[in-house]
Design a protein around this ligand. Structure first.
Ligand SMILES: [Zn+2]
Length: 258
């Protein structure tokens, strides 16, 4: 049996008429897999990707964000053929996307099976009012001067989050929001972004996926949002934390883990 949702294929191609038709017979839930923080070790997790509709990577695909590392990641991500849509964002290790975005754009153009989001909205179903909306953003509060850092609680960060639109289905950010899957092992001090949390409380995405703080790996549900920290490497950069795969009913916002 195919695990791919044929209805979604039409959404990806932006065929609004077909989208309207499939709405009327209630398509089956969307199967989603979430990963993050693979840090060049993506080959280790290939066999943990069961296939589905959408695969999302929440950043830190590399160690230092060199063109070589980014190219190796893209080659791997592009080669995964059991998902219709493969989305990713950059993280604080993925320097190239910040320091030489034109070269990264050139790399991205080599691989047409992946979608990179940087403060950008992806709409499946074009301008249809019910289009599935996904926003991705790499920024995090400053920490030892890494890529996509901005001063904590600062106006620049607030402006980045203000761009996140309302009515979102899925929000992808590299770092967690304050108080949600954002602590270091053995410590209870939250490290997530206070301003991101404020924005999430307004925007109320159905799903928020992040990574960044490896020991924050996990899932929780609060105030109508499913929160995931999908960092697959532990604090020692060993692959110990499994990707999340689930069926998501968009109408009811219920999920069922696979
Ligand atoms: Zn990170």
């Amino acid at each position: 049996m195919s695990i791919i949702n044929p209805d979604l294929w039409h959404l990806l191609k932006g065929e609004q008429k077909i989208y309207t038709e499939i709405k009327n017979y209630n398509p089956r839930p969307v199967r989603i897999t979430l990963i993050s923080d693979t840090h060049n070790m993506h080959d280790d997790i290939t066999s943990s990707l069961p296939g589905g509709d959408i695969l999302i990577h929440a950043g830190d695909l590399s160690g230092r964000g060199t063109n070589y590392e980014i190219d190796q990641f893209l080659k791997w991500y592009n080669s995964i053929d059991n998902y219709y849509l493969k989305i990713f964002i950059a993280g604080n290790h993925d320097w190239g996307f910040q320091t030489h975005p034109e070269e990264c754009q050139y790399l991205l153009e080599k691989y047409d099976g992946v979608c990179y989001l940087q403060d950008r909205l992806l709409k499946l179903g074009d301008d249809h009012p019910d289009a599935l909306k996904i926003w991705g953003s790499p920024w995090q509060p400053e920490f030892y001067s890494w890529a996509f850092n901005l001063p904590r609680q600062g106006e620049d960060l607030r402006e980045k989050w203000a761009e996140i639109p309302e009515g979102l289905d899925i929000l992808v950010t590299h770092g967690p929001s304050w108080g949600n899957l954002d602590t270091i092992k053995g410590k209870s001090v939250p490290l997530g972004c206070e301003l991101l949390r404020e924005r999430i409380d307004i925007v109320k995405p159905k799903i928020h996926v992040c990574g960044h703080i490896h020991t924050g790996y996990g899932y929780k549900y609060a105030n109508g949002t499913h929160y995931f920290n999908a960092a697959v490497l532990d604090e020692r950069y060993k692959y110990k934390q499994k990707p999340f795969t689930f069926d998501w009913n968009r109408e009811t916002n219920e999920i069922e883990f696979i």
